[in-house]
Design a protein around this ligand. Structure first.
Ligand SMILES: *Cc1c(COP(=O)(O)O)cnc(C)c1O
Length: 360
């Protein structure tokens, strides 16, 4: 067996320790005589798994008691609709457009009411985060929406927008658990877990209790009401059992590593290795404004498409996989999530240095 360094943006690398544990428990989960994939979601064993996962996540993120944690399905994209369906009272949402995922969320919200684009970085291919200190927030806005870490473009909000008192809603799919955040600053935080937390199929929503009501848009399906899932402890119907189990294992792994503050330190160290090299390279260059650089997704280019393609191909042959940039951007992108070991980043930079010597 040989494993590669997997720089995929998602589904993405998971900690090897977690995969090994899951493998060891595959045939017989803790004396139940079955795998977690085979057990009833109403069983005592599974209730233990989901309760423990929630408890560990609350501890890791320091989630206050007046927030619910929901384990849902439908991916992050389903939330693009659930948010307006559940939060629209005045039917107005203010969106900051910093990339494709924010744009998709904005477009979806337009199906249900007024969705204002109050700022955008589309003018420079989403290579920066706009100044959000004094935005034209609508008096009637039910919330202000951001995509906190822009997976495709490699930008992150280092400072949250001034929402002028409005509820902040954030898609944190690709920076989930990468560093500590202050949950109290948000009304809703959500993310598909396949970027930085677990396998595809689970989305985690952290939502302040007062935002969970029966007062949703008429026609909202039962399955798309936060209240349905909050009232049932995420067990209204069959949840993504195996995904929740894997997330739980990752939470334990993170706790053992020292929690999110330790993770942040490690992530900063990893990103610095790559960004320092990009800043000194004669061949490669980063595509994002320095002040807005993501710790998780690092896009870069050579400026020559053929050379980019050759780089991706040769990197793959050297065991460095999934470095091709998003189809809408081109070039390369290295996603260096929590589970990417520092050795992976060092290997990548060594390979880039080598490539640069050969081609410049
Ligand atoms: C991947 C991604 C999505 C889409 O996730 P799905 O689970 O495929 O719907 C949304 N937002 C961000 C920031 C992402 O990285």
């Amino acid at each position: 067996m040989s494993r590669v360094y997997n720089f995929s943006a998602g589904p993405a690398v998971l900690p090897e320790e977690v995969l090994k544990e899951a493998a060891a428990e595959m045939m017989d989960y803790q004396g139940t005589g079955m795998s977690v994939m085979e057990m009833s979601h109403r069983s005592k064993a599974f209730q233990g798994i989901i309760d423990e996962a929630e408890k560990d996540l609350r501890e890791l993120m320091n989630i206050p008691d007046n927030y619910k944690v929901l384990f849902l399905q439908g991916g992050a994209s389903q939330q693009f609709a659930m948010i307006p369906m559940n939060l629209f009272k005045n039917k107005v949402g203010d969106y900051i457009i910093t990339g494709q995922w924010a744009k998709k969320a904005w477009q979806e919200a337009k199906l249900y009411g007024t969705a204002n684009a109050i700022a955008s970085s589309a003018d420079k291919t989403f290579s920066y985060i706009p100044d959000c200190s004094d935005l034209p927030i609508d008096d009637n806005a039910d919330y202000v929406y951001i995509c906190q870490n822009n997976t495709i473009y490699g930008t992150v909000y280092h400072e949250l927008p001034n929402t002028k008192g409005k509820t902040l809603v954030a898609d944190i799919s690709s920076c989930f658990l990468s560093e500590p955040i202050d949950v109290t600053k948000y009304g809703v935080i959500y993310g598909g877990v396949q970027k930085n937390v677990g396998p595809a199929g689970t989305v985690i929503v952290i939502i302040r209790e007062d935002l969970i009501t029966e007062d949703v848009l008429p026609g909202t399906p039962t399955m798309l009401k936060y209240k349905t899932h909050a009232d049932a402890g995420s067990l209204y119907n069959t949840p993504p059992c195996y995904g929740i189990y894997m997330c739980g294992k990752v939470f334990k792994w993170l706790k053992a590593k020292g929690g999110l503050a330790a993770m942040k330190e490690l992530n900063e160290k990893k990103a610095k290795i790559l960004y320092d090299f990009l800043d000194s390279s004669k061949l490669f260059k980063g595509t994002v404004e320095k002040k807005d650089r993501s710790l998780m997704n690092v896009p870069f280019v050579t400026g020559n498409e053929e050379l980019d393609a050759l780089f991706v191909k040769e990197a793959k042959a050297a065991g460095l996989e999934n470095l091709k940039g998003h189809r809408t951007v081109g070039g390369m992108r290295a996603s260096i999530y929590n589970a990417m070991p520092i050795e992976g980043v060092e290997k990548l930079v060594a390979f880039m240095k080598d490539f640069e010597e050969k081609h410049s």
